[in-house]
Design a protein around this ligand. Structure first.
Ligand SMILES: [Zn+2]
Length: 86
């Protein structure tokens, strides 16, 4: 089982939701699976953070899943566990 994380993914995705997501995913063709995963990744707007004289470009990727019509943001670990990817 997943360890608890900051985002509380295991609470967001219960075992019913998990098996639903998996069965939906595995019912797709391989090319559609890729598209599905890709569409689950949300790149938040890269903000340029200027701290002192250094510039950092932060590109945050959010991992989302659709649980009963709601889009939930989960962490990368939960996402990869869910889809069995690494
Ligand atoms: Zn998590």
């Amino acid at each position: 089982m997943e360890k608890k994380c900051r985002l509380g993914c295991s609470a967001k995705i219960d075992s019913d939701a998990r098996s639903q997501i998996k069965s939906d995913y595995y019912s797709l063709l391989a090319s559609a699976q890729d598209a599905h995963l890709f569409s689950s990744l949300v790149c938040s707007d890269p903000k340029q953070v200027v701290a002192n004289s250094e510039r950092h470009r932060l590109i945050a990727v959010k991992y989302t899943v659709c649980v009963r019509g709601l889009t939930e943001t989960i962490c990368k670990k939960a996402f990869t566990n869910l889809y069995g990817i690494s």
